[in-house]
Design a protein around this ligand. Structure first.
Ligand code: 5GP
Length: 648
């Protein structure tokens, strides 16, 4: 509103005195020269207007101040006054006598307001240093004294009143302040063409710095349930864990002088899953109870009693955690029995995992190469905690040590006679002599529909495996077949080469035997007989299931033949039951013969049990037959564990 008043003032000024210099000329013209003498400085300052000529010498003879004696000038003033009066009357008449101020009345004002560069605030009033309200009022007063006609006097008086009013004074002050402030305001348009790029760069750098700050803070953040603090000058961590009956803690501790240190964190326990306890952390307190100085057994007993939230005060391990040895699970078949309760070397007996030869173990951690963490196949769901099993090196060392030492008879690797121990635990490998078998890495294998795995039935003579094979062949001849054997005997009249036998001479047979081409062989009545791997492969390629009845010593050759055999052990029943079964077949074995079958069976189990994929006790022919078919059919529906080396 105030600024509007200023505008009105400006318009008023033009309304009365357009163009302004003419008004000033008129005013000064009536001053008769004495003004120049009396108020030279004030006047010059007040009349600093755009019409002034460049280079004019203000000090000696200002252009605007004309001699009052000039007749032409007097004429002009008279003419101007006439013209002004006429215009005012006309306009007053057109507005019905009402006096209103129209900002557009002045062409010059209009032009100024349209000119962006100059603007309405630019010319006469802009420079308050050069023109002030007081000096303008003073000039008007002088002019008033020079005017004679009543109308002009009245106008001048009106103008003076307006300029002297408080409203105008306020408006003018605001205007001055605002224009002064505006001159200091930063430009609204960019001062450089790269402003946007710079702006983006600054923004990027700012964002980057923000992210770095975030990362820095995040690095210092600790997992939930863990707090770092100071305790007796040491940096310690406070760890909170929930222990329940179903979810064991799963950590071991050891004494290190008088301190109690976390020795091992077992997979599947609360400690491992929370990630809050680490190997090497020293336990200072548990639920406020001091631990330093306590024996690990005490700590164990104490922890066993505790349930719910456990608060550990720990000195974090200073060791840099080594990268885990192996992240993936390794599946192995154990080639020895293990009972941790009889093992003096197991670091934590309660965590030891017992297993038997032939068991599949899922090794989930080899971080400690001496003591792996594993689950027995099938136990994963029932057993929350992994168990400790000896690593390859540990197992080998212990096997060697125990194989050579005279013992009390109680050893973790089995409770066998000395003779049996040596035989069962040390296996000779054709390449490296005394190779101790500990574990073999296994993988799952699902047989393809067109390449069925050969079925090797193993068992001592008279265990009934031959009869089982015959039955399978007679019931489903389109599904099962036998490999055509080789022989050095002459063919009989009805026999054809390649159907009953491959008839070969002794030299050729022995050459093939030397080259390892036979899965098994034997001599009968001065003739050689044997089953070649090629014959077995021929059946496999035909899509049928090759049924083999083998002696256990043949298994090693068969396993290295890439035929991927499935080995089923047919165990004889009790001596009495065996006698009954053989009697049904018309056989009448002596008691020593029956005993020999059973002894042979036991030896087979001990020596080759780890190579059996399945076993059944032949209590009843019918039942055994069905069980055998079930095992064979299962190969079509379920993948089986085979040595990983078979699949390479
Ligand atoms: P034959 O000459 O009467 O056909 O068989 C004589 C003996 O040789 C039989 O006891 C039979 O079991 C055995 N025999 C037949 N084929 C093989 C074979 O491939 N390997 C072995 N080791 N013996 C065989």
């Amino acid at each position: 509103e105030d600024l509007c008043q200023v505008t009105q003032l400006y318009s008023l000024h033009h309304f009365y005195h357009s163009p302004p210099q003419e008004l000033l000329q008129m005013i000064t013209g009536h001053m008769n020269g004495y003004v120049q003498e009396a108020k030279p400085g004030v006047r010059e300052r007040a009349v600093d207007c755009p019409g002034e000529e460049e280079g004019a010498d203000h000090q000696s003879a200002p252009n605007l101040v004309k001699s009052p004696q000039c007749p032409a000038h007097t004429e002009r003033v008279k003419h101007y006054q006439e013209e002004l009066r006429r215009r005012r009357e006309e306009e007053a008449a057109s507005r019905g006598g009402k006096h209103e101020i129209d900002p557009n009345a002045s062409l010059r004002l209009k032009k100024l307001s349209q000119n962006q560069k100059v603007g309405i605030d630019n010319p006469t009033f802009e420079n308050k240093e050069k023109i002030s309200r007081e000096s303008f009022i003073e000039s008007l007063r002088w002019a008033e004294r020079c005017l004679s006609d009543p109308q002009s006097l009245q106008d001048t008086e009106q103008l003076l009143q307006f300029l002297s009013s408080e409203e105008f004074h306020s408006a003018y002050s605001i205007y001055s302040v605002v224009s002064q402030q505006l001159s200091h305001v930063s430009p609204t348009s960019p001062i450089t063409t790269q402003a946007q790029d710079l702006c983006l760069e600054v923004k990027d750098q700012h964002t980057q710095a923000l992210m770095q700050a975030h990362d820095h803070v995040a690095e210092q953040e600790l997992p939930e349930g863990q707090v770092l603090t100071q305790y007796l000058g040491e940096s310690v961590k406070l760890v909170r864990l929930e222990k329940t009956r179903d979810t064991p803690l799963g950590a071991t501790v050891r004494n290190d002088v008088d301190s109690v240190v976390v020795s091992r964190v077992v997979k599947g326990g609360v400690a491992e899953r929370s990630g809050l306890l680490s190997e090497g952390d020293e336990i200072l307190e548990i639920n406020g109870i001091p631990i330093r100085g306590k024996h690990v057994n005490e700590v164990h007993d104490m922890l066993q009693q505790m349930q719910g939230t456990l608060t550990f005060l720990l000195i974090p391990s200073s060791q840099i955690k080594a990268a885990p040895h192996r992240h993936t699970v390794m599946h192995v078949k154990a080639y020895f029995d293990y009972d941790p309760s009889d093992d003096p070397f197991v670091p934590c007996r309660e965590l030891g995992l017992s297993f038997q030869k032939g068991d599949i173990l899922h090794v989930i951690s080899q971080d400690d190469p001496n003591w792996w963490q594993a689950y027995r196949d099938g136990d994963e769901d029932n057993q929350p905690l992994a168990g400790l099993v000896p690593g390859t090196k540990e197992a080998k060392m212990a096997l060697i040590q125990h194989a050579h030492c005279d013992s009390t008879g109680k050893h973790w690797y089995g409770k066998k006679s000395k003779k049996q121990k040596k035989k069962s635990l040390t296996s000779t490998n054709k390449n490296d002599g005394d190779e101790i078998l500990t574990y073999e890495e296994m993988s799952l294998y699902h047989q393809p529909a067109n390449r069925k795995r050969p079925i090797a039935l193993i068992g001592p003579t008279n265990s009934g495996h031959d009869e089982l094979r015959r039955r399978l062949l007679s019931i489903e001849p389109e599904k099962y077949a036998v490999a055509v054997p080789h022989t050095t005997r002459n063919p009989r009249i009805h026999e054809r080469n390649g159907r009953e036998y491959h008839f070969v001479n002794r030299t050729a047979f022995e050459a093939d035997l030397a080259m390892g081409k036979f899965v098994e062989s034997g001599e009968y009545e001065k003739n050689l007989y044997g089953t070649s791997t090629d014959s077995v492969r021929h059946v496999v390629n035909s899509g049928k299931i090759c049924l083999l009845c083998l002696h256990s010593r043949s298994l090693k050759v068969l396993r290295t033949s890439n035929l991927k055999p499935y080995v089923i052990y047919i165990a004889p029943p009790s001596q009495e039951r065996l006698r009954t079964l053989l009697a049904a077949e018309g056989k009448t074995p002596k008691p020593e013969e029956l005993k020999e079958v059973l002894d042979k069976a036991r030896e087979m189990e001990q020596s080759f049990g780890h190579l059996f994929d399945a076993s059944l006790v032949n209590m009843d022919q019918e039942q055994s037959f069905h069980e055998l078919r079930r095992l064979i059919d299962r190969l079509d529906t379920e993948p089986q564990w085979v040595p990983t080396s078979w699949l390479c």
